[in-house]
Design a protein around this ligand. Structure first.
Ligand SMILES: Cc1cc2nc3c(=O)[nH]c(=O)nc-3n(C[C@H](O)[C@H](O)[C@H](O)COP(=O)(O)OP(=O)(O)OC[C@H]3O[C@@H](n4cnc5c(N)ncnc54)[C@H](O)[C@@H]3O)c2cc1C
Length: 310
């Protein structure tokens, strides 16, 4: 079921008809179904959501949605949007933290374009005191993402971190490398359907790997982000940190906007750093479908939403 649901929703995420249908209804009004996971289609809506999140004592990272662009013009447009986003964030006074995907900046076109575009974002981001997190996409992009990350790291861009996925067999090695560099890692289970040659297929195996990586990161990482909604992973993290005398200021939890708000608030109240990943933008469909794939029960509220909007 674990890998099966992801595969079905991955296939559906490529359906043009479904995309048209979802795009028509998903964000149409204030309570349309996609708004549960996506802050809005405009940067203004994202800022408003961010203010609300901050007022609850939580931290945030803003993600301008988009991925897999096909032309250098599209990659350039996405880069310009990100640069504009930095200005809007600075002007708004909210926390300076963004997340981005390299296929949005042209990783699929050629490496040099992507490195240039990333640098165009990291330059002003560094000047204005932002932290920039590079999300991890599916496994064909893992090595390239890490290579580009290290290229910029070696060029002294240091306000940048990476996400690594527990589902992949290779990740323990990658975590060790990032710990050696002193780079900040966000550990996640992994949102993509991956082949068994590269990834664990059973939830229990992914969970075991996640805990092993959490240990490595708490022991020798640089302010790691433990990004999960899974209460078992969160409890293990808290107790490992307590046993080892690792203070609450040495790591943070992260969750996705709209998922397990109860747990988000609880961790915030307990004094843990709790950062929400807040996605916005018109290209929300693939992100939204990954969230459904993680929890097919969510399909119920989508169907109810479409019926209600008819
Ligand atoms: C801040 C953040 C950033 C991320 N960045 C990346 C990235 O760069 N690359 C990447 O591959 N993945 C990323 N992910 C997604 C991640 O890989 C998982 O797919 C996702 O977090 C679900 O796994 P889980 O750890 O919450 O555990 P699961 O075992 O999937 O779920 C545990 C529990 O969490 C709740 N839950 C989980 N998902 C949902 C949902 N969609 N709707 C409602 N409840 C849910 C349920 O209660 C469930 O029982 C990110 C996740 C977070 C929180």
């Amino acid at each position: 079921m674990y890998a099966g649901a992801k595969a079905v929703f991955y296939a559906l995420s490529r359906s043009a008809t479904l995309k048209r249908l979802a795009s028509k209804y998903g964000m149409r009004s204030g309570d349309s179904f996609a708004r549960r996971f996506i802050a809005g289609e405009t940067v203004e809506e994202a800022i408003e959501t961010s203010r609300h999140v901050q007022s609850q004592g939580l931290h945030l990272t803003l993600d301008y949605l988009g991925e897999s662009v096909r032309t250098s013009q599209e990659a350039d447009a996405a880069t310009r949007e990100y640069v504009r986003l930095l200005d809007v964030i600075v002007a708004s006074g909210i926390e300076r933290n963004i997340s981005l995907k390299l296929t949005q900046l042209g990783a699929g076109i050629d490496r040099a374009t992507c490195v240039d575009n990333l640098r165009r974002i990291l330059e002003p981001a560094g000047r204005h005191g932002f932290f920039v997190r590079i999300d991890m996409e599916n496994s064909p992009w893992t090595q390239l993402t890490l290579d580009i990350f290290e290229t910029l790291w070696q060029q002294e861009y240091r306000s940048v971190g990476i996400a690594l996925q527990a589902a992949l067999h290779r990740t323990e090695h990658d975590v060790q490398r990032m710990n050696e560099l002193g780079a900040r890692v966000r550990v996640v289970k992994g949102a993509y359907k991956e082949p068994e040659t590269v990834a664990y297929q059973r939830k229990a195996d992914v969970d075991t790997a996640f805990l092993r990586l959490m240990h490595l990161l708490l022991d020798s990482g640089n302010y790691p982000a433990i990004a999960t909604h899974d209460p078992a992973m969160i409890e293990e993290t808290k107790s490992y940190a307590q046993q080892r005398g690792i203070g609450k200021d040495r790591f943070e939890f992260q969750m996705l906007y709209g998922i397990r708000r109860d747990l988000q608030e609880e961790l915030g109240r307990e004094g843990y750093g709790m950062r929400l990943y807040i996605p916005f933008g018109r290209e929300w469909f693939p992100y939204f479908m990954r969230r459904l794939g993680e929890r097919p029960a969510n399909l119920g509220f989508v169907v109810r939403g479409i019926v209600r909007e008819q």
